[in-house]
Design a protein around this ligand. Sequence first.
Ligand SMILES: NC(=O)C1=CN([C@@H]2O[C@H](COP(=O)(O)OP(=O)(O)OC[C@H]3O[C@@H](n4cnc5c(N)ncnc54)[C@H](O)[C@@H]3O)[C@@H](O)[C@H]2O)C=CC1
Ligand SMILES: O=C(O)[C@H]1O[C@H](OP(=O)(O)OP(=O)(O)OC[C@H]2O[C@@H](n3ccc(=O)[nH]c3=O)[C@H](O)[C@@H]2O)[C@H](O)[C@@H](O)[C@@H]1O
Length: 433
Amino acid sequence: MRISVIGCGYLGAVHASAMAELGHEVVGIDIDERRIAALAKGRPPFFEPGLHEILTSATATGRLRFSTDMADAAGAEVHFLAVGTPQAAGTTAADLRYVDAAFESLLPHLADGALVVGKSTVPVGTAARLAARLTEVAPHASLAWNPEFLREGFAVKDTLAPDRLVYGVADDHAASVLDRVYRAAVEAGTPRVVTDYATAELVKAAANAFLATKISFINAMSELADATGADVTALADAIGHDARIGRRFLNAGVGFGGGCLPKDIRAFTARAEELGRGDSLAFLREVDAINMRQRQRVVDLAVAALGGSVHRKRITVLGVTFKPESDDVRDSPALDVAVHLKGLGAEVVATDPEGIENARLRHPQLDYTSSTQEALRGAELVVLVTEWREYRALDPVATGRLVAERRIIDGRNVLDAAAWRAAGWQVRGLGRP
Ligand SMILES: NC(=O)C1=CN([C@@H]2O[C@H](COP(=O)(O)OP(=O)(O)OC[C@H]3O[C@@H](n4cnc5c(N)ncnc54)[C@H](O)[C@@H]3O)[C@@H](O)[C@H]2O)C=CC1
Ligand SMILES: O=C(O)[C@H]1O[C@H](OP(=O)(O)OP(=O)(O)OC[C@H]2O[C@@H](n3ccc(=O)[nH]c3=O)[C@H](O)[C@@H]2O)[C@H](O)[C@@H](O)[C@@H]1O
Protein backbone atom coordinates (compact mmCIF):
# COMPACT_ATOMS: atom_id res chain seq x y z
CA MET A 1 0.00 0.00 0.00
CA ARG A 2 1.10 3.60 -0.49
CA ILE A 3 1.37 5.31 2.87
CA SER A 4 2.48 8.71 4.12
CA VAL A 5 3.56 9.42 7.68
CA ILE A 6 3.34 13.09 8.61
CA GLY A 7 5.65 14.01 11.48
CA CYS A 8 8.88 12.02 11.74
CA GLY A 9 9.79 12.33 15.43
CA TYR A 10 10.12 9.53 17.99
CA LEU A 11 6.78 8.11 16.88
CA GLY A 12 6.64 8.94 13.17
CA ALA A 13 10.20 7.98 12.15
CA VAL A 14 9.71 4.55 13.70
CA HIS A 15 6.22 4.18 12.26
CA ALA A 16 7.35 5.11 8.74
CA SER A 17 10.31 2.71 8.89
CA ALA A 18 8.20 -0.09 10.33
CA MET A 19 5.51 0.36 7.67
CA ALA A 20 8.21 0.07 4.97
CA GLU A 21 9.62 -2.99 6.76
CA LEU A 22 6.15 -4.54 6.42
CA GLY A 23 6.37 -4.05 2.65
CA HIS A 24 4.43 -0.81 2.18
CA GLU A 25 5.64 2.03 0.00
CA VAL A 26 6.12 4.89 2.42
CA VAL A 27 6.92 8.59 2.36
CA GLY A 28 7.78 10.32 5.63
CA ILE A 29 7.02 14.05 5.76
CA ASP A 30 8.32 16.56 8.28
CA ILE A 31 8.86 20.31 8.38
CA ASP A 32 12.25 19.86 10.07
CA GLU A 33 14.73 19.89 7.19
CA ARG A 34 17.68 18.57 9.20
CA ARG A 35 15.64 15.67 10.47
CA ILE A 36 14.44 14.79 6.97
CA ALA A 37 17.96 15.08 5.52
CA ALA A 38 19.29 12.67 8.15
CA LEU A 39 16.44 10.19 7.68
CA ALA A 40 16.79 10.28 3.90
CA LYS A 41 20.42 9.21 4.33
CA GLY A 42 19.30 6.32 6.52
CA ARG A 43 20.49 8.03 9.72
CA PRO A 44 18.07 7.98 12.68
CA PRO A 45 17.84 11.49 14.15
CA PHE A 46 17.62 9.99 17.67
CA PHE A 47 18.68 6.84 19.47
CA GLU A 48 16.19 3.99 19.29
CA PRO A 49 17.35 0.36 19.33
CA GLY A 50 16.68 -1.42 16.01
CA LEU A 51 15.65 1.72 14.13
CA HIS A 52 18.90 2.10 12.23
CA GLU A 53 18.60 -1.42 10.77
CA ILE A 54 15.05 -1.09 9.43
CA LEU A 55 15.60 2.49 8.30
CA THR A 56 18.70 1.68 6.25
CA SER A 57 17.25 -1.46 4.71
CA ALA A 58 14.01 0.31 3.70
CA THR A 59 15.72 3.45 2.32
CA ALA A 60 18.13 1.25 0.35
CA THR A 61 15.26 -0.60 -1.37
CA GLY A 62 13.56 2.70 -2.23
CA ARG A 63 10.41 1.65 -0.36
CA LEU A 64 10.96 4.46 2.12
CA ARG A 65 11.48 8.09 1.13
CA PHE A 66 11.45 11.31 3.10
CA SER A 67 10.41 14.82 2.13
CA THR A 68 9.63 18.24 3.55
CA ASP A 69 7.08 18.83 0.80
CA MET A 70 3.53 17.78 1.68
CA ALA A 71 2.78 17.42 -2.04
CA ASP A 72 4.87 14.24 -1.91
CA ALA A 73 2.16 12.72 0.26
CA ALA A 74 -0.36 13.02 -2.58
CA GLY A 75 -1.30 9.68 -4.03
CA ALA A 76 -0.99 7.76 -0.79
CA GLU A 77 -3.99 5.69 0.20
CA VAL A 78 -3.35 6.11 3.92
CA HIS A 79 -1.90 9.19 5.67
CA PHE A 80 -0.77 8.80 9.27
CA LEU A 81 -0.70 11.97 11.37
CA ALA A 82 2.15 11.59 13.87
CA VAL A 83 3.03 15.17 14.79
CA GLY A 84 3.65 16.31 18.36
CA THR A 85 0.98 17.30 20.90
CA PRO A 86 3.09 18.89 23.64
CA GLN A 87 1.80 20.65 26.73
CA ALA A 88 0.71 24.15 25.68
CA ALA A 89 2.61 27.06 27.22
CA GLY A 90 0.93 28.47 30.32
CA THR A 91 -1.67 25.68 30.61
CA THR A 92 -1.81 21.95 31.21
CA ALA A 93 -3.83 21.33 28.03
CA ALA A 94 -2.45 19.76 24.86
CA ASP A 95 -1.21 22.11 22.15
CA LEU A 96 -3.04 21.03 19.00
CA ARG A 97 -1.51 23.56 16.67
CA TYR A 98 0.81 21.00 15.03
CA VAL A 99 -2.02 18.54 14.45
CA ASP A 100 -4.22 21.26 12.98
CA ALA A 101 -1.43 22.67 10.78
CA ALA A 102 -0.38 19.26 9.45
CA PHE A 103 -4.00 18.30 8.80
CA GLU A 104 -4.75 21.56 6.97
CA SER A 105 -1.64 21.30 4.80
CA LEU A 106 -2.52 17.71 3.91
CA LEU A 107 -6.10 18.52 2.81
CA PRO A 108 -5.28 19.82 -0.71
CA HIS A 109 -3.30 16.64 -1.44
CA LEU A 110 -5.88 14.03 -0.51
CA ALA A 111 -6.86 11.64 -3.30
CA ASP A 112 -10.41 10.37 -3.56
CA GLY A 113 -10.94 7.53 -1.11
CA ALA A 114 -7.86 8.38 0.98
CA LEU A 115 -7.90 7.56 4.68
CA VAL A 116 -6.37 10.02 7.16
CA VAL A 117 -5.31 8.14 10.30
CA GLY A 118 -4.57 10.04 13.50
CA LYS A 119 -1.78 8.52 15.60
CA SER A 120 -0.89 11.49 17.78
CA THR A 121 -2.26 11.49 21.32
CA VAL A 122 -5.08 14.03 21.32
CA PRO A 123 -7.84 15.24 23.65
CA VAL A 124 -11.10 13.35 23.19
CA GLY A 125 -13.23 15.15 20.63
CA THR A 126 -10.36 16.03 18.28
CA ALA A 127 -11.11 13.25 15.77
CA ALA A 128 -14.79 14.24 15.48
CA ARG A 129 -13.74 17.86 14.89
CA LEU A 130 -11.26 16.89 12.16
CA ALA A 131 -13.76 14.49 10.57
CA ALA A 132 -16.30 17.33 10.33
CA ARG A 133 -13.71 19.50 8.61
CA LEU A 134 -12.91 16.66 6.20
CA THR A 135 -16.58 16.35 5.29
CA GLU A 136 -16.53 20.07 4.40
CA VAL A 137 -13.41 20.19 2.25
CA ALA A 138 -12.60 16.63 1.13
CA PRO A 139 -15.84 14.62 1.32
CA HIS A 140 -14.35 11.70 -0.59
CA ALA A 141 -11.71 11.10 2.05
CA SER A 142 -12.32 9.69 5.52
CA LEU A 143 -10.75 9.69 8.96
CA ALA A 144 -9.77 7.10 11.57
CA TRP A 145 -8.03 7.42 14.94
CA ASN A 146 -5.51 4.70 15.64
CA PRO A 147 -3.69 5.52 18.89
CA GLU A 148 -0.15 4.31 19.42
CA PHE A 149 1.07 2.45 22.50
CA LEU A 150 4.77 2.00 21.73
CA ARG A 151 7.39 2.49 24.43
CA GLU A 152 10.62 4.32 23.62
CA GLY A 153 13.49 1.87 23.76
CA PHE A 154 11.18 -0.86 22.38
CA ALA A 155 9.54 1.23 19.69
CA VAL A 156 10.45 -0.94 16.69
CA LYS A 157 9.31 -4.16 18.31
CA ASP A 158 6.17 -2.53 19.69
CA THR A 159 5.26 -1.17 16.23
CA LEU A 160 5.93 -4.39 14.32
CA ALA A 161 4.29 -6.60 16.96
CA PRO A 162 1.86 -4.46 18.96
CA ASP A 163 -0.02 -6.02 21.88
CA ARG A 164 -3.27 -4.59 20.59
CA LEU A 165 -4.64 -2.50 17.74
CA VAL A 166 -7.28 0.12 18.41
CA TYR A 167 -9.24 1.59 15.49
CA GLY A 168 -11.53 4.54 16.09
CA VAL A 169 -13.64 4.61 12.94
CA ALA A 170 -16.88 5.94 11.54
CA ASP A 171 -17.45 3.07 9.08
CA ASP A 172 -16.39 -0.50 8.25
CA HIS A 173 -14.39 0.61 5.24
CA ALA A 174 -11.83 2.46 7.39
CA ALA A 175 -11.41 -0.63 9.58
CA SER A 176 -10.80 -2.83 6.56
CA VAL A 177 -8.16 -0.40 5.22
CA LEU A 178 -6.39 -0.48 8.60
CA ASP A 179 -6.55 -4.28 8.58
CA ARG A 180 -4.66 -4.22 5.28
CA VAL A 181 -2.06 -1.82 6.72
CA TYR A 182 -1.52 -4.08 9.74
CA ARG A 183 -2.12 -7.39 7.94
CA ALA A 184 0.89 -9.14 9.51
CA ALA A 185 -0.20 -8.26 13.06
CA VAL A 186 -3.86 -9.02 12.34
CA GLU A 187 -2.99 -12.44 10.87
CA ALA A 188 -0.78 -13.13 13.90
CA GLY A 189 -3.91 -12.79 16.04
CA THR A 190 -3.19 -9.39 17.62
CA PRO A 191 -6.29 -8.33 19.58
CA ARG A 192 -8.13 -5.65 17.68
CA VAL A 193 -10.62 -3.19 19.16
CA VAL A 194 -12.78 -1.52 16.53
CA THR A 195 -14.70 1.33 18.06
CA ASP A 196 -15.80 4.96 17.65
CA TYR A 197 -13.53 8.01 17.67
CA ALA A 198 -14.21 9.08 21.24
CA THR A 199 -13.53 5.63 22.67
CA ALA A 200 -10.27 5.27 20.73
CA GLU A 201 -9.07 8.66 21.96
CA LEU A 202 -10.10 7.84 25.54
CA VAL A 203 -8.40 4.42 25.40
CA LYS A 204 -5.06 6.13 24.78
CA ALA A 205 -5.52 8.73 27.52
CA ALA A 206 -6.77 6.05 29.94
CA ALA A 207 -3.85 3.70 29.24
CA ASN A 208 -1.24 6.36 30.02
CA ALA A 209 -3.23 7.60 33.02
CA PHE A 210 -3.36 4.07 34.41
CA LEU A 211 0.39 3.53 33.94
CA ALA A 212 1.16 6.87 35.59
CA THR A 213 -1.18 6.04 38.47
CA LYS A 214 0.50 2.68 39.00
CA ILE A 215 3.93 4.34 39.25
CA SER A 216 2.69 7.06 41.60
CA PHE A 217 0.92 4.46 43.71
CA ILE A 218 4.16 2.61 44.35
CA ASN A 219 6.00 5.88 44.92
CA ALA A 220 3.40 6.83 47.54
CA MET A 221 4.07 3.43 49.15
CA SER A 222 7.78 4.24 49.08
CA GLU A 223 7.08 7.42 51.05
CA LEU A 224 5.30 5.31 53.66
CA ALA A 225 8.12 2.78 53.58
CA ASP A 226 10.55 5.61 54.37
CA ALA A 227 8.38 6.68 57.28
CA THR A 228 8.21 3.17 58.73
CA GLY A 229 11.47 1.47 57.81
CA ALA A 230 9.70 -0.90 55.40
CA ASP A 231 11.14 -1.95 52.03
CA VAL A 232 9.08 -0.82 49.01
CA THR A 233 10.78 -3.28 46.63
CA ALA A 234 9.77 -6.25 48.77
CA LEU A 235 6.30 -4.72 49.01
CA ALA A 236 6.08 -4.41 45.21
CA ASP A 237 7.26 -8.00 44.78
CA ALA A 238 4.66 -9.21 47.26
CA ILE A 239 1.66 -7.34 45.88
CA GLY A 240 2.88 -8.00 42.32
CA HIS A 241 2.42 -11.75 42.83
CA ASP A 242 -1.30 -11.06 42.79
CA ALA A 243 -2.11 -11.41 39.09
CA ARG A 244 -4.83 -8.78 39.46
CA ILE A 245 -2.13 -6.26 40.42
CA GLY A 246 0.94 -7.52 38.51
CA ARG A 247 4.59 -6.60 39.21
CA ARG A 248 5.23 -4.49 36.09
CA PHE A 249 5.30 -0.69 36.48
CA LEU A 250 5.70 -1.01 40.23
CA ASN A 251 9.30 0.18 40.35
CA ALA A 252 9.55 2.99 42.87
CA GLY A 253 12.14 5.70 42.33
CA VAL A 254 12.59 9.18 40.96
CA GLY A 255 9.33 8.83 39.03
CA PHE A 256 8.04 9.03 35.50
CA GLY A 257 9.06 11.55 32.87
CA GLY A 258 9.38 11.71 29.11
CA GLY A 259 7.44 13.31 26.30
CA CYS A 260 4.23 11.45 27.13
CA LEU A 261 3.07 10.32 30.58
CA PRO A 262 3.47 13.71 32.33
CA LYS A 263 1.91 15.83 29.58
CA ASP A 264 -0.76 13.24 28.80
CA ILE A 265 -2.15 13.06 32.36
CA ARG A 266 -2.20 16.86 32.51
CA ALA A 267 -3.93 17.16 29.13
CA PHE A 268 -6.45 14.49 30.15
CA THR A 269 -7.28 16.42 33.33
CA ALA A 270 -7.61 19.67 31.38
CA ARG A 271 -9.95 18.02 28.87
CA ALA A 272 -12.09 16.50 31.65
CA GLU A 273 -12.45 19.99 33.13
CA GLU A 274 -13.52 21.40 29.76
CA LEU A 275 -16.15 18.67 29.65
CA GLY A 276 -17.39 19.62 33.13
CA ARG A 277 -16.02 16.36 34.56
CA GLY A 278 -12.98 17.68 36.39
CA ASP A 279 -13.94 15.74 39.54
CA SER A 280 -13.65 12.40 37.70
CA LEU A 281 -9.96 12.94 37.11
CA ALA A 282 -9.08 14.97 40.22
CA PHE A 283 -6.95 12.00 41.36
CA LEU A 284 -4.62 12.53 38.40
CA ARG A 285 -3.51 15.83 39.95
CA GLU A 286 -2.39 13.83 42.97
CA VAL A 287 -0.66 11.30 40.68
CA ASP A 288 1.24 14.22 39.14
CA ALA A 289 2.04 15.76 42.54
CA ILE A 290 3.34 12.47 43.97
CA ASN A 291 5.47 12.05 40.85
CA MET A 292 7.01 15.51 41.05
CA ARG A 293 7.73 14.98 44.78
CA GLN A 294 10.04 12.07 43.94
CA ARG A 295 12.50 14.40 42.23
CA GLN A 296 12.58 16.60 45.35
CA ARG A 297 13.02 13.51 47.55
CA VAL A 298 16.19 12.59 45.64
CA VAL A 299 17.52 16.15 46.02
CA ASP A 300 16.66 16.06 49.76
CA LEU A 301 18.50 12.74 50.12
CA ALA A 302 21.55 14.30 48.45
CA VAL A 303 21.48 17.26 50.81
CA ALA A 304 21.11 14.95 53.83
CA ALA A 305 23.87 12.60 52.62
CA LEU A 306 26.26 15.56 52.42
CA GLY A 307 25.48 16.78 55.91
CA GLY A 308 22.93 19.48 55.12
CA SER A 309 24.39 21.27 52.11
CA VAL A 310 25.55 20.33 48.63
CA HIS A 311 27.30 23.67 48.11
CA ARG A 312 30.67 23.17 46.35
CA LYS A 313 30.31 19.39 46.68
CA ARG A 314 31.35 17.28 43.75
CA ILE A 315 28.30 15.22 42.71
CA THR A 316 28.16 12.66 39.91
CA VAL A 317 24.76 12.21 38.30
CA LEU A 318 24.45 8.87 36.51
CA GLY A 319 21.89 9.26 33.73
CA VAL A 320 20.13 12.22 32.15
CA THR A 321 17.49 10.55 29.97
CA PHE A 322 13.98 9.85 31.24
CA LYS A 323 14.58 6.10 30.93
CA PRO A 324 17.32 3.76 29.66
CA GLU A 325 17.64 2.80 25.97
CA SER A 326 16.55 6.25 24.86
CA ASP A 327 18.26 9.60 24.25
CA ASP A 328 15.05 11.46 25.15
CA VAL A 329 15.44 14.07 27.89
CA ARG A 330 11.95 15.58 27.64
CA ASP A 331 10.68 16.15 31.18
CA SER A 332 13.44 13.88 32.45
CA PRO A 333 13.44 13.39 36.24
CA ALA A 334 17.18 12.66 36.06
CA LEU A 335 18.01 15.93 34.35
CA ASP A 336 15.69 17.82 36.71
CA VAL A 337 17.58 16.43 39.70
CA ALA A 338 20.95 17.37 38.15
CA VAL A 339 19.77 20.92 37.42
CA HIS A 340 18.30 21.32 40.89
CA LEU A 341 21.54 20.17 42.57
CA LYS A 342 23.52 22.57 40.42
CA GLY A 343 21.12 25.33 41.44
CA LEU A 344 21.93 24.55 45.08
CA GLY A 345 25.60 25.21 44.37
CA ALA A 346 26.86 21.65 43.81
CA GLU A 347 29.61 20.90 41.29
CA VAL A 348 27.59 18.50 39.19
CA VAL A 349 29.08 16.22 36.55
CA ALA A 350 26.41 14.36 34.60
CA THR A 351 26.95 11.38 32.35
CA ASP A 352 24.76 9.24 30.11
CA PRO A 353 25.38 6.73 27.32
CA GLU A 354 23.06 8.44 24.81
CA GLY A 355 21.46 11.58 26.23
CA ILE A 356 24.28 14.10 26.66
CA GLU A 357 23.77 15.93 23.38
CA ASN A 358 20.07 16.51 24.04
CA ALA A 359 20.71 17.39 27.68
CA ARG A 360 23.37 19.93 26.75
CA LEU A 361 20.97 21.68 24.36
CA ARG A 362 18.47 22.16 27.19
CA HIS A 363 20.88 22.73 30.08
CA PRO A 364 24.25 23.96 28.84
CA GLN A 365 25.11 25.12 32.40
CA LEU A 366 25.81 21.54 33.52
CA ASP A 367 29.15 19.75 33.08
CA TYR A 368 28.87 16.57 31.07
CA THR A 369 31.19 13.72 30.22
CA SER A 370 30.48 10.60 28.22
CA SER A 371 32.94 8.61 30.31
CA THR A 372 31.40 7.00 33.40
CA GLN A 373 34.84 6.63 34.96
CA GLU A 374 35.68 10.28 34.43
CA ALA A 375 32.32 11.30 35.86
CA LEU A 376 32.91 9.22 38.98
CA ARG A 377 36.48 10.36 39.65
CA GLY A 378 36.67 12.48 42.78
CA ALA A 379 32.92 12.37 43.51
CA GLU A 380 31.78 13.11 47.03
CA LEU A 381 28.33 11.74 46.18
CA VAL A 382 26.99 9.59 43.33
CA VAL A 383 23.33 9.88 42.33
CA LEU A 384 21.97 7.13 40.06
CA VAL A 385 18.82 8.43 38.38
CA THR A 386 18.51 6.53 35.08
CA GLU A 387 18.97 2.78 35.36
CA TRP A 388 21.13 2.14 32.28
CA ARG A 389 22.51 -1.41 32.27
CA GLU A 390 26.08 -0.18 32.69
CA TYR A 391 25.18 1.70 35.87
CA ARG A 392 23.33 -1.28 37.30
CA ALA A 393 26.43 -3.37 36.57
CA LEU A 394 28.90 -1.02 38.30
CA ASP A 395 31.26 -2.86 40.60
CA PRO A 396 31.13 -1.27 44.08
CA VAL A 397 34.77 -2.10 44.82
CA ALA A 398 36.20 -0.69 41.57
CA THR A 399 33.85 2.31 41.72
CA GLY A 400 34.93 2.91 45.31
CA ARG A 401 38.52 3.44 44.11
CA LEU A 402 37.43 6.25 41.76
CA VAL A 403 35.36 8.38 44.10
CA ALA A 404 36.49 10.65 46.93
CA GLU A 405 33.67 9.51 49.23
CA ARG A 406 31.69 6.29 49.05
CA ARG A 407 28.17 7.68 49.11
CA ILE A 408 25.51 6.72 46.59
CA ILE A 409 21.84 7.50 46.17
CA ASP A 410 20.05 4.80 44.23
CA GLY A 411 17.24 6.84 42.71
CA ARG A 412 15.85 3.80 40.87
CA ASN A 413 16.22 1.13 43.57
CA VAL A 414 18.25 -1.10 41.25
CA LEU A 415 21.50 -1.68 43.13
CA ASP A 416 22.28 -4.57 45.43
CA ALA A 417 22.51 -2.36 48.51
CA ALA A 418 24.05 -5.12 50.67
CA ALA A 419 26.93 -5.63 48.21
CA TRP A 420 27.59 -1.89 48.02
CA ARG A 421 27.50 -1.53 51.80
CA ALA A 422 29.89 -4.48 52.12
CA ALA A 423 32.29 -2.49 49.90
CA GLY A 424 32.15 0.43 52.33
CA TRP A 425 29.45 2.53 50.67
CA GLN A 426 26.75 4.54 52.35
CA VAL A 427 23.67 3.68 50.25
CA ARG A 428 20.34 5.50 50.28
CA GLY A 429 17.27 4.80 48.18
CA LEU A 430 13.61 5.75 48.01
CA GLY A 431 11.58 3.55 50.32
CA ARG A 432 14.44 1.19 51.13
CA PRO A 433 16.04 0.79 54.53
N1 LIG B 1 7.26 9.24 21.68
C1 LIG B 1 6.51 8.19 21.91
O1 LIG B 1 7.00 7.19 22.40
C2 LIG B 1 5.04 8.19 21.60
C3 LIG B 1 4.38 9.34 21.19
N2 LIG B 1 3.03 9.34 21.02
C4 LIG B 1 2.36 10.54 20.57
O2 LIG B 1 2.78 10.78 19.23
C5 LIG B 1 2.85 12.18 18.95
C6 LIG B 1 4.24 12.53 18.46
O3 LIG B 1 5.16 12.32 19.51
P1 LIG B 1 6.73 12.32 19.28
O4 LIG B 1 7.05 11.58 18.03
O5 LIG B 1 7.33 11.87 20.55
O6 LIG B 1 7.01 13.88 19.04
P2 LIG B 1 8.28 14.55 18.35
O7 LIG B 1 8.32 15.94 18.85
O8 LIG B 1 9.47 13.66 18.52
O9 LIG B 1 7.92 14.55 16.79
C7 LIG B 1 6.95 15.36 16.22
C8 LIG B 1 7.40 15.68 14.79
O10 LIG B 1 6.34 16.34 14.09
C9 LIG B 1 6.94 17.29 13.24
N3 LIG B 1 5.94 18.28 12.80
C10 LIG B 1 5.40 19.30 13.51
N4 LIG B 1 4.53 19.98 12.74
C11 LIG B 1 4.51 19.38 11.53
C12 LIG B 1 3.80 19.61 10.32
N5 LIG B 1 2.91 20.63 10.22
N6 LIG B 1 4.01 18.79 9.28
C13 LIG B 1 4.90 17.79 9.37
N7 LIG B 1 5.61 17.52 10.49
C14 LIG B 1 5.41 18.30 11.56
C15 LIG B 1 8.07 17.88 14.07
O11 LIG B 1 9.02 18.56 13.28
C16 LIG B 1 8.62 16.61 14.73
O12 LIG B 1 9.64 16.01 13.96
C17 LIG B 1 2.44 12.85 20.27
O13 LIG B 1 1.07 13.11 20.22
C18 LIG B 1 2.74 11.81 21.32
O14 LIG B 1 1.97 11.98 22.48
C19 LIG B 1 2.27 8.21 21.19
C20 LIG B 1 2.87 7.04 21.57
C21 LIG B 1 4.30 6.92 21.79
O1 LIG C 1 2.21 7.55 24.98
C1 LIG C 1 3.40 7.32 24.96
O2 LIG C 1 4.23 8.04 24.43
C2 LIG C 1 3.96 6.10 25.60
O3 LIG C 1 4.21 6.41 27.00
C3 LIG C 1 4.79 5.34 27.73
O4 LIG C 1 6.03 4.93 27.15
P1 LIG C 1 7.41 5.68 27.42
O5 LIG C 1 7.13 7.07 27.90
O6 LIG C 1 8.25 5.46 26.22
O7 LIG C 1 8.14 4.90 28.59
P2 LIG C 1 7.69 4.01 29.83
O8 LIG C 1 8.41 2.73 29.77
O9 LIG C 1 6.23 3.97 30.00
O10 LIG C 1 8.31 4.85 31.03
C4 LIG C 1 7.79 6.13 31.36
C5 LIG C 1 8.45 6.65 32.60
O11 LIG C 1 8.01 5.93 33.76
C6 LIG C 1 9.12 5.54 34.53
N1 LIG C 1 8.79 4.26 35.23
C7 LIG C 1 8.33 3.20 34.53
C8 LIG C 1 8.01 2.03 35.19
C9 LIG C 1 8.14 1.94 36.58
O12 LIG C 1 7.85 0.91 37.22
N2 LIG C 1 8.60 3.02 37.26
C10 LIG C 1 8.92 4.19 36.61
O13 LIG C 1 9.34 5.18 37.28
C11 LIG C 1 10.25 5.41 33.54
O14 LIG C 1 11.51 5.52 34.19
C12 LIG C 1 9.97 6.57 32.61
O15 LIG C 1 10.50 7.78 33.14
C13 LIG C 1 3.86 4.13 27.67
O16 LIG C 1 4.46 3.04 28.37
C14 LIG C 1 3.57 3.74 26.22
O17 LIG C 1 2.65 2.66 26.19
C15 LIG C 1 3.00 4.95 25.49
O18 LIG C 1 2.79 4.65 24.13
